[in-house]
Design a protein around this ligand. Structure first.
Ligand code: SAM
Length: 351
């Protein structure tokens, strides 16, 4: 599509949009040849000129824009906002432009509205924050809209067989290391009377979560940027503290646990989710291959950054066991299921 103008002109526009969305959701973790890089630079110039000329472009232009969006973040293209007032082929291209430009600009706007508690001084926390500022995770699109449940039903589903005296009135919860908010948002939508404080190091992740919460009209989540290690500064105490996929990031995970325990009311709940060796076997297999092939020997090819390795070594995932390939291309499957024709595939990679 990049090299073949005729193919670009006849491919279904919706397909181009879906491909652009797919690559955006994967943060462009794909191999790119020098020839592609050169043509993408040319395309960028063409797009720049059209946008500077205050022309909104025609369908052919939108096709080139979609192809460009398969390679680069559209919101960084100077003048792209001018296209948003009058979107050519809006019914087809609207969703792609909304997700890749409007939503990203909204997230940038929301960053300044997020409350901050304490300071992020721990060296490991600073590095983890930098990683998730650049790559908020997961880039979720949708979640299962279950029927509304009471607090006690929710607890029963979390802890089947355990009878706990939970009141069905309001419940205060904290989601520590909320990331992009999929758990906080789905609970806020599902559990009647729940109020949530969602905390993370990464403003990009929280802004993503806040945008999703706003879209769904959820007013029962308070978002906070903080280090779990500094949560002693929170005045509130909670009925439940949820912390999934987070503590392994800390230099001393037990210190994180120690910081969370005092936040729970006596008799309250603490939910900790940790990565298991078995579930992460694909990650370890990928790391092993990187080590064996000495892909991690220089600079960008760092075994701790398999995304870069995948980008630099397109052959890496080919012919590998499915579990290793899955590690690079985890699919986040929206409703309705993928099998329905025309359903866009949204994916994200878990490192
Ligand atoms: C793998 S993501 C999981 C996100 C979310 N819990 C989920 O399950 O979707 C890990 C998140 O933990 C956050 N995190 C790591 N260390 C943290 C710390 N010390 N304080 C607060 N958040 C932290 C990261 O910023 C990141 O967003």
């Amino acid at each position: 599509m990049l090299f073949d103008g005729a193919l670009r002109a006849r491919a279904p526009l919706r397909f181009l949009c879906d491909l652009a969305l797919q690559r955006f959701n994967n943060e462009f973790v794909y191999a790119e040849s020098e020839a592609e890089t050169a043509i993408v630079a040319e395309l960028s110039l063409v797009i720049h000129n059209v946008l500077q000329g205050h022309r909104s472009g025609d369908e052919l232009f939108m096709r080139s824009l979609c192809v460009f969006a398969m390679y680069r973040p559209l919101h960084r293209q100077t003048g792209i906002e001018s296209l948003l007032t009058e979107i050519p082929c809006a019914e087809i291209t609207g969703q792609m432009l909304r997700r890749t430009v409007v939503d990203v600009l909204e997230e940038t706007r929301l960053r300044s509205s997020i409350r901050r508690i304490g300071r992020i001084t721990d060296a490991v926390s600073q590095r983890v924050r930098a990683q998730y500022e650049e790559n908020p995770y997961p880039r979720w699109i949708a979640f299962d809209r279950d029927v509304k449940v009471s607090v006690s039903d929710w607890i029963r589903s979390e802890l089947p067989g355990l009878s706990l005296p939970m009141a069905d009135s309001t419940t205060m919860n904290v989601v520590a290391g909320c990331g992009t908010g999929v758990e906080a948002v789905s609970l806020a939508a599902k559990v009647a009377g729940i109020r949530i404080t969602a905390v993370d190091l990464s403003l990009s992740s929280i802004a993503y979560a806040k945008r999703k919460a706003n879209e769904l009209g959820l007013g029962n989540i308070q978002f906070v940027q903080a280090d779990i290690l500094e949560l002693g500064e929170l005045q509130e105490r909670f009925d439940a503290v949820l912390c999934v996929g987070v503590l392994h990031h800390l230099r001393e995970p037990q210190a994180g646990l120690r910081a969370l325990v005092p936040l729970v009311h006596p008799g309250g709940l603490l939910k900790i989710g940790l990565y298991s060796e078995r579930a992460r076997s694909a990650v370890n297999a990928a790391r092993k291959i990187i080590g064996e092939r000495r892909m991690g020997g220089h600079g960008a090819l760092n075994p701790n950054n398999p995304a870069r390795v995948a980008r630099c070594h397109p052959e890496f995932t080919l012919g590998r066991p499915a579990s290793v390939a899955r590690f690079f291309y985890h699919e986040w499957v929206p409703r309705p299921p993928l099998s329905r024709p025309g359903t866009p595939v949204h994916a994200c990679a878990d490192f």
